[in-house]
Design a binder for this molecule. Structure first.
Ligand SMILES: Cc1ncc(C[n+]2csc(CCOP(=O)(O)OP(=O)(O)O)c2C)c(N)n1
Ligand SMILES: [Mg+2]
Length: 366
């Protein structure tokens, strides 16, 4: 689904091309990507309520423009890495929606054979390195991906996404410091949706109304964009990615956005007023982009409605694929953990590891 090769913003000089230079087809593709994420997550929420999905599940609804706009500004092989609110990034990067849904359903056809669930979308073929559950845990790994780019003399840029809550973790600061002193090709993309679970950024984060100081502390370039506006996100990332690719070091982007749903599926949302959610829904990125396209004569309402129907069908098809896929066998619990398939504590390579039931039976009862 990634549209990066269609509108590579880094052709020629380091300046991003303005929105007027984007072809209608490219804009429509970005809108279609956002619609798919929205419809996919509606089915995700429904499936969670039907207990088809277990574990934690965090919806990206409202934030779609950040993943879609930023990924559209990348080349297909630029690595990305994110936190646990990761469905949007996976789909925008091109993961098959059926595979993403199967992962959440605990099916063997999922991207991590159903062993990771919602928080661990991983797609090496599309250069998507997770899906990480520990707040800020992915940021040093993102710096590692950027170091690998430098070490291998590659012409790539890593985008590392994280929430505003990650700003207060030590890992963020250590990673920023290393990226700065080594001038690594990485964009630190803060998806600032104002909340860390139920805590407003103003209550938990110093200098919350001027995050540029977080970048300035490390001598890193700072930029900000309206994360509810697809084109603003695209232009901001295209500009910063181009500079980083040209050797000008890392950048920190503050993408101001909002999640419409609770922190996770079990959040009564007592920490915010319904009116606040309503105000942000007025700025909905999908509606804004649809209106932009119709007002410019680049699409008709009928075309946009048809695109939405396509997104709904794709989401339903993802459910069907996940439903019909086999559950992950328990013996899979022993695989994919270590380079040595059975871990560092078993020397022999057992081609038929015991089932978990057999192992449990061998243990004396407490
Ligand atoms: C190190 C660590 N501490 C606490 C948690 C529990 N926790 C899960 S999500 C979250 C809030 C993070 O908020 P933010 O980074 O803004 O991301 P958002 O949920 O808004 O996308 C916390 C504290 C965790 N997963 N990891
Ligand atoms: Mg947040």
């Amino acid at each position: 689904m990634s549209t990066a090769t269609d509108h590579n913003p880094t052709d020629g000089d380091t300046e991003a091309r303005s929105r007027d230079h984007l072809k209608a087809q490219q804009l429509l593709q970005m809108l279609a990507d956002m619609m798919l994420i929205r419809r996919f997550e509606q089915r995700t929420a429904q499936s969670y309520q039907q207990v088809k999905i277990g574990g934690f599940c965090h919806l990206y609804t409202g934030q779609e423009a950040v993943a879609v706009g930023s990924i559209a500004a990348l080349r297909d092989d630029d690595p990305i890495i994110t936190a646990y609110r990761d469905h949007g990034h996976a789909l925008a990067r091109g993961m098959n929606p059926g595979i993403a849904m199967a992962e959440m359903f605990g099916r063997v056809t999922g991207c991590s054979k159903g062993k990771g669930g919602s928080m661990h979308m991983f797609d090496r073929a599309h250069h998507m390195y997770g899906g990480h559950a520990i707040v800020a845990g992915q940021i040093p790994i993102g710096v590692g991906l950027a170091f690998a780019i430098r070490y291998n003399c590659q012409d790539k840029v890593c985008v590392c996404y994280f929430g505003d809550g990650a700003l207060n973790q030590g890992a963020f600061h250590e990673a920023m410091n290393l990226a700065a002193i080594w001038q690594l090709p990485i964009i630190f993309a803060c998806e600032n949706n104002l909340y860390s679970m139920g805590t407003h950024i103003g209550c938990a984060t110093s200098m919350a109304d001027n995050l540029s100081v977080k970048a300035a502390a490390y001598g890193i370039r700072y930029a900000e964009c309206d994360g509810m506006d697809l084109l603003d996100v695209f232009e901001c990332f295209a500009r910063e990615v181009a500079q980083t690719r040209a050797g000008k070091g890392p950048a920190f982007i503050n993408a101001e956005t909002y999640r419409y749903k609770g922190h996770s599926m079990s959040d009564p949302q007592k920490y915010r007023e319904k009116e606040e959610v309503g105000q942000y829904e007025q700025k909905d990125p999908i509606r804004r982009m649809s209106e932009y396209l119709t007002s410019k004569g680049l699409a008709t309402q009928d075309q946009i409605d048809a695109m939405d129907r396509t997104a709904r069908t794709a989401a339903l098809e993802a459910i069907r694929f996940a439903d019909e896929s086999p559950s992950t066998p328990t013996k899979e619990l022993y695989t994919d953990m270590y380079a040595n398939p059975y871990g560092p504590y078993r020397v022999e390579q057992d081609p038929n590891p015991p089932s978990i039931e057999e192992d449990i039976c061998k243990k004396p009862k407490a």
